[in-house]
Design a protein around this ligand. Structure first.
Ligand code: UD1
Length: 374
């Protein structure tokens, strides 16, 4: 455990510990950090478990989101689920025993979310879960287990959409603990969009040799897609042939990259199939906003494309974010029907979505009001 050089005040303020670990947590935490800071009652303390540790997966996001260096960095790194979860719990418990915060806030559905909610709860520290109530109803996804356990122990459950409230009530959660506050990731998205002007867009499109609305952006990292050699090979083969019709840009996740190397997958990639390192937040949003369509298995990307009204194909059998399908631009696809769906998009036959309720950039304000009342 490493304590950073940043000093924080502990006197007379409510100490709220914000726990993050993996890339999608950072943009959910940033708006809440700034909103708590603005409100003079709170002292927000950032704890980074170190689940993601590469510069591009972690520090670059802190920089793009204008976040300070974490107050605590637990440095747990990678491992099996049990190893990673256990290491986080051991290190986080030490911090909690020393600091005794008033509230621990966890985000999303990663292993850090699960580990820290349980650890805090067992020390009788109240827990708030941001992005509560989402369910894929697929227990083979590690994230589904993380969501269910975290929601079961949390004192405050903040949902991004009303389906979240329904799921929680059905599971027997007391409705007084559940608050529909909207999607906090959209707070970060609206903030970064203000910082992306035309000249920055031109620069990024030029950097990757792309033209507005005439390329596709890919993100794939789910174990179900990339942890199996056969499925990963099929996906890459599809993308390679897709790039003959439309340029493909594929910022590669460390898990996917590692698997391509370990499986010894060798491809002669077309010139228009561009695999690049993980992108910074600002770069990624720029490419997402200007893409013809996006193919993904990420949760956050389904939401961002809905907000940006960009067609999104999700290569998964289910989603914990059904609102992106019902109201947004998202659709689930299999490898078999991908080609047909791509044709529909390229011939301009895709649905136009709408922005879901309370995805308005003001979710952090609503969360802080509820925390104050609590
Ligand atoms: C994790 C989350 C997933 C989320 C994703 C976003 C869990 C169970 N999964 O998946 O829900 O969508 O983050 O990115 O919490 N690695 C690096 N550098 C890093 C981080 C990881 O090289 O900075 C490599 C390691 O070899 C590691 C592998 O990627 O074994 C996977 O990392 P891990 O944190 O276990 O899960 P993700 O697949 O990133």
């Amino acid at each position: 455990m490493q304590e950073s050089w940043i000093m924080y005040e502990m006197d007379n303020l409510l100490n709220v510990f914000l726990v993050v670990g993996a890339r999608p947590n950072f943009m959910k935490m940033a708006p809440l950090y700034f909103e708590l800071k603005r409100n003079k009652v709170f002292n927000p303390v950032v704890v980074h478990t170190g689940q993601h540790y590469d510069y591009e997966m972690s520090q670059a996001f802190f920089e793009d989101l204008d976040l300070p260096k974490p107050h605590y960095f637990l440095g747990v790194g990678s491992g099996t689920h049990a190893q990673q979860t256990a290491k986080i719990m051991i290190e986080f418990e030490k911090v909690l025993l020393k600091e005794k915060p008033d509230l621990v806030v966890v985000f999303g559905d990663v292993n850090s979310t699960l580990a820290c909610s349980i650890t805090a709860k067992k020390l009788l520290i109240p827990v708030a879960h941001i992005e509560a109530g989402l369910r894929s109803f697929d227990n083979t996804m590690p994230e589904e287990i993380n969501r269910k356990v975290t929601d079961a122990v949390s004192n405050l459950l903040f949902t991004p959409s009303k389906d979240g409230n329904k799921n929680l009530i059905k599971e027997g959660v007391n409705h007084r603990k559940v608050y529909f506050v909207g999607n906090i990731m959209i707070d970060s998205l609206t903030t970064i969009l203000k910082k992306i002007d035309k000249s920055y867009e031109d620069k990024i499109l030029q950097k990757f040799d792309l033209q507005r609305k005439s390329y596709t952006l890919i993100t794939l990292h789910r174990p179900s897609n990339v942890d199996n050699k056969g499925s990963l090979e099929k996906i890459l083969d599809f993308l390679n042939s897709l790039s003959q019709n439309i340029p493909v840009i594929f910022p590669i996740h460390p898990r996917t990259k590692k698997n391509i190397d370990e499986f010894g997958i060798k491809f002669v990639f077309n010139r228009e199939f561009n695999i690049v390192e993980s992108l910074r937040y600002k770069e990624f949003i720029t490419l997402e906003r200007n893409a013809k369509f996006v193919l993904t298995d990420s949760g956050g990307v389904q939401e961002e494309t809905t907000y940006l009204n960009i067609p999104c194909l999700t290569l998964r059998p289910n989603t914990e974010r059904p609102i992106t399908i019902i109201e947004g631009t998202n659709q689930l696809v299999t490898l078999e029907d991908l080609e047909g769906k791509v044709k529909l998009i390229l011939s301009e036959n895709w649905k136009v979505g709408r922005v879901p309720e309370l995805w308005d950039g003001k979710t952090a304000e609503r969360v802080v009001k509820k925390i104050l009342r609590y």
